[in-house]
Design a protein around this ligand. Structure first.
Ligand code: GRF
Length: 200
């Protein structure tokens, strides 16, 4: 048992490669936290298979009340949205202020908000012709993709193929999500005037 390890819930809707990065980096103790539950609003999400393979409890939940009661039952300290495609209810966002981290596959505030998810983000990046894109982790507030930014990683756009770009960005998503969760579990993330300071 790790000393003052944080209890983490990971919410998914799909393949779960970000979840896998967190599983790997909590199990090897790089992150001082333990994933207590993986929750999906899609019963066929491969991420639930990843949880099962790692012997982590998984749950298919669509009802927001059940979601909140499960988070409380598991005494969760940190919620991670790792490709979770549902909007969280305000009650959960308020109860877990600055304790919900989301990973988004662009440099927020570009290419985010309503309708910008998954491959659509990268298609819009290529369509616009921006020279750089990347990934962002941020705390979740009541406005989609607008909470305080924790980390970003930037890459040059060198392809016109959205799926190829998605795979390149995904590598950096895993990197900054693991780092962001590590810092959270070490109590190194402070939100001051709406901006995140990563401190000692
Ligand atoms: C990632 O691109 C993430 O940024 C977005 O949804 C995708 C989830 O991918 N929110 P995975 O399920 O973690 O592989």
């Amino acid at each position: 048992m790790k000393s003052n390890s944080k209890n983490i819930a990971v919410l998914i809707s799909g393949g779960g490669t970000n979840l896998q990065a967190l599983i790997d980096n909590t199990r090897n103790n790089y992150i001082n936290g333990e994933i207590k539950i993986v929750i999906s609003n899609n019963k066929d999400a491969y991420g639930l298979e990843r949880a099962k393979n790692a012997e982590i409890e998984g749950a298919f939940i669509r009802d927001n009340d059940k979601l909140l009661s499960l988070l409380m039952e598991k005494d969760i300290d940190l919620i991670v949205l790792a490709g979770y495609l549902k909007i969280l209810p305000e009650e959960i966002i308020r109860k877990f202020e600055n304790k919900i981290i989301n990973i988004h596959p662009s440099l927020i505030p570009s290419f985010c908000g309503k309708g910008f998810y998954g491959l659509k983000v990268h298609e819009a990046v290529i369509e616009k012709g921006v020279k750089y894109t990347g990934a962002t982790t941020h705390f979740v507030n009541e406005n989609a993709d607008e909470g305080p930014i924790i980390m970003q990683k930037c890459i040059e756009v060198k392809t016109e193929d959205a799926e190829e770009l998605q795979q390149e960005v995904l590598k950096f998503e895993h990197e900054i999500l693991v780092e962001s969760v590590k810092y959270f579990c070490e109590d190194k993330l402070k939100v001051i005037d709406g901006k995140v300071k990563i401190g000692e």
